[in-house]
Design a protein around this ligand. Sequence first.
Ligand code: GDP
Ligand code: MG
Length: 331
Amino acid sequence: MSSLYENLRQLITVVDELRDVGLSRYISLPRIAAIGTQSSGKSSLIESIVGLDFLPRGGGVVTRRPLELRLVHLNTQEFQEDQAWAVFENIGDKKYTNFDDVRKEIERQTDAVAGTNKGIVNDPIVLTVYATGAPDLTLIDLPGVTRVPLKGSDQVEDIEKITRDMTLHYIKDPRTIILAVIPANQDMSVSDALQLARQVDPQGIRSIGVITKIDIMDQGTDAVKMLRGEDIPLRLGYVGVKMRNQQDISTSKPVKISLKEEREWFESHRLYSKLPPGLVGMDTLTGKLTTILFKHIRRFLPEIKKEINEKRRLTFLGLLPTRAGADSAKV
Ligand code: GDP
Ligand code: MG
């Protein structure tokens, strides 16, 4: 499981305890959405964060419907460690335990609604993944911003407006953490991701810049200035990542191996190994996300405490039945 899971273990325990005492309604964990241009690495990023291989990705227009990925934590007292399955909202109770089949089903549902001719449709696929190592969290994988319809495709003339509106629809919710995906081999000033993020989050309080494809920049160029935010400052900063290339995808390289390779690549890099901490690597990014999620929960703590105290008082007065475990929520 990815390090986001490891980091969030403590948080998961708190949320589980709150659920046990009937207080989970106070904790709606935020959503994380990856936004940006076509083929910038959004699907790859969502997979790396989740630590499972299950999304269609690759060159060209691959993600053609939004995917709402709901992660649901399974209690380890009830379920075996490392158990995971997926359920599609529109296919009833069928449990997918093989994640290759999940990818095939996403592809099938994409073709069924958006056609096989590169069409893009704003009708989300809703997928729930249950796993013992998962935090309760929703991740959104979006079709990228597309400027011009591809010749001979089903893409309509106003494809740019459609893809922009689709992105805005998801990121305007103030609970959504925005991962603005920017490929390192493009100029930042033309980034769709940064432009859209700014539109809904002008102060930059919930947008993280993610610089992808840092391994395939032009010879003689590097991402140091970008990573330091010298050109376009962003309050939560930028993180550079190196994910799987097309060949790795074709040869089915597992996400775990690619994370290990990424660490080694940055550690041995002439420039990036000398940067101050907190600017590169998936581990850094999941660390940042964890901090943001903890802050989010902390915002709700006063309300939760109030509710617990009220329950205690009513129980004491004999107006509520005593509930085992009601005192165990350490908030
Ligand atoms: P999306 O359209 O934004 O969802 O992009 P994908 O995740 O589908 O990736 C598009 C292509 O870029 C795929 O062929 C990936 O293998 C490749 N890719 C993504 N991230 C990286 C990276 O960090 N380095 C390299 N070399 N290739 C990458
Ligand atoms: Mg994609």
